[in-house]
Write a protein that binds this ligand. Structure first.
Ligand code: ISE
Length: 334
């Protein structure tokens, strides 16, 4: 099959990185267009491919056979629905949409299209280290997982980042990856926000999630950890533990100390994950079978729906039992 023409919507940090990956690091697909409200920014990311300001125009463009959405969160719902209506496969950065009602509209529209067109960009599922962790957990040599400890630290939150976004934009990664690692669903959450100064958002915050499998998942979210970008996960199992190793590839020993550096943000840490994710998405379009590791529209809905309930839990130290809408069957699409 000929190489697939891909259009990227959004040319900010993530959109520009996806455009670069699609232009230079994948096979079987290539970048044909980039859309961004800021034309010079679209042109810079397009690097010779078409640049435009109209996202709907990009989706309608006949040269665009598949769409990657990396525009601001609030635009995802509208653009993913437009891609489904055009019958084009769409890989959408997380979150799939900003409310579970919007996610449900996407789930329903995809069912009505009769094809699995949507992949939610939970790229950690393609990260080699997380995949190794999953293989070891499923191999059962360490016994069942009792506790999964997760840390998600950013060097500094951007000025426009709200307290709720620490959940809807950052914690959603742990919601998805832990559910995927453990093959279970969550039942409840208790949030422990660090007492914050008046008018400031709680940072760091600790969340303890309960699961159907009985495993407890602890997640620290620290948006202003200052020292660098750092994601950690360790599964405490009956006969041992498995965790992610330090992300640096080298260690420096100097003046009686040893150190390994941290990246400034998630792109260097998850570079392989983004590339492998995008390649698997393209391969799935060619074969007609989306990658099994990929997060579906339903997975996107689960993360957003739980995140909304966790934001509520943040307002007090209360335990909240999760409620999820029933997963619609293909025959139940409305
Ligand atoms: C950001 O939007 C991402 O998706 C990163 O992967 C995450 O680590 C970061 O906390 C988010 O703000």
């Amino acid at each position: 099959m000929a190489s697939i023409g891909i259009g990227v919507i959004g040319a900010g940090v993530m959109g520009a990185e996806h455009a670069r990956i699609l232009a230079t690091e994948v096979s079987g697909g290539h970048l044909v267009a980039v859309a961004d409200a800021d034309l010079p920014r679209a042109q810079a990311a397009a690097n010779g491919a078409k640049a435009m300001t109209n996202a709907e125009g990009l989706i309608a463009d006949p040269a665009v056979e598949a769409v990657l959405v990396a525009s601001p969160d609030s635009t995802h719902h509208r653009l993913v629905l437009a891609a489904i209506a055009a019958g084009k496969p769409v890989l959408c950065e997380k979150p799939l949409a900003t409310s579970s009602a919007e996610c449900m509209e996407i789930v329903q529209a995809e069912i009505r299209s009769g094809r699995q067109l949507v992949q939610t960009g939970f790229m950690r599922r393609f990260d080699p280290a997380y995949r190794e962790m999953k293989a070891v957990i499923e191999g059962k040599a360490l016994g069942g997982v009792h506790i999964l400890h997760c840390q998600h630290r950013n060097a500094a939150a951007p000025p426009w980042f709200t307290g709720a976004m620490a959940v809807t934009n950052s914690l959603v990664h742990e919601l998805d990856i832990s559910r995927w690692l453990l093959s279970t669903e969550y039942t409840a959450v208790t949030a422990f926000p660090y007492p914050s100064e008046e008018g400031k958002t709680a940072d760091p915050a600790l969340f303890v999630l309960e699961t159907k499998a009985g495993t407890l998942v602890s997640v620290e979210i620290f948006m202003n950890a200052a020292y660098g970008y750092h994601v950690q996960a360790e599964a405490v199992c009956a006969k041992g533990t498995i965790g992610l190793a330090h992300p640096a590839l080298t260690r420096i020993r100097h003046q009686r100390a040893e150190c390994g550096s941290f990246p400034s943000n998630w792109i260097p840490r998850f570079l392989d994950a983004y590339r492998i994710q995008n390649q698997a998405w393209i391969d799935g379009i060619h074969s007609g079978t989306p990658p099994v590791e990929g997060a579906t529209a339903w997975d996107g809905l689960v993360a957003t729906c739980l995140a909304d309930q966790i934001v509520e839990a943040l307002t007090g130290r209360q335990r909240v039992e999760f409620k999820l809408p029933p997963k619609p069957l293909p025959s139940e699409a409305v």
